[in-house]
Design a protein around this ligand. Structure first.
Ligand SMILES: [Zn+2]
Length: 122
């Protein structure tokens, strides 16, 4: 899923995966903030975030974004997708990375809020 060369370049898988989640959440925030207030700096940050995210994840995100817009990336709470409110099977959502999942029912990208908070120290 994640290329080995990419892992070693950034110093370890977990770091890369954590980075992917925060980059994706940030990208999503920036893209769905009111375009009226989007600055050149935001555009640059969007481009930078896109570089952090693996092409495979990016592709899935774009498909979901086309379908769901600002609700393409949502937190998972108590095993429930907060996009469609359906309970995920025991195993959780479909695992894309160790901090990013996909809903079994609606396909939205899911993440645990705790994972995101953990990263703010990073
Ligand atoms: Zn769902």
């Amino acid at each position: 899923m994640i290329h080995l060369s990419e892992e070693s370049r950034k110093g370890g898988a977990s770091q890369l995966l954590i980075h992917t989640l925060s980059a994706l959440v940030r990208l999503h925030e920036l893209k769905h903030a009111s375009p009226m207030y989007r600055t050149l700096r935001d555009e640059n940050e969007i481009a930078r975030c896109e570089l952090e995210i693996s092409p495979e994840i990016m592709k899935r995100y774009q498909i979901m974004e086309e379908r769901y817009g600002s609700a393409a990336l949502v937190p998972i709470k108590n095993g429930i997708c907060t996009g469609c409110y359906l309970h995920q099977p025991k195993s959780g959502g479909i695992e894309l990375t160790n901090s990013l999942y996909q809903c079994h029912y609606c396909g939205r990208l899911l993440y645990h809020l705790e994972d995101l908070y953990d990263e703010s120290a990073f």
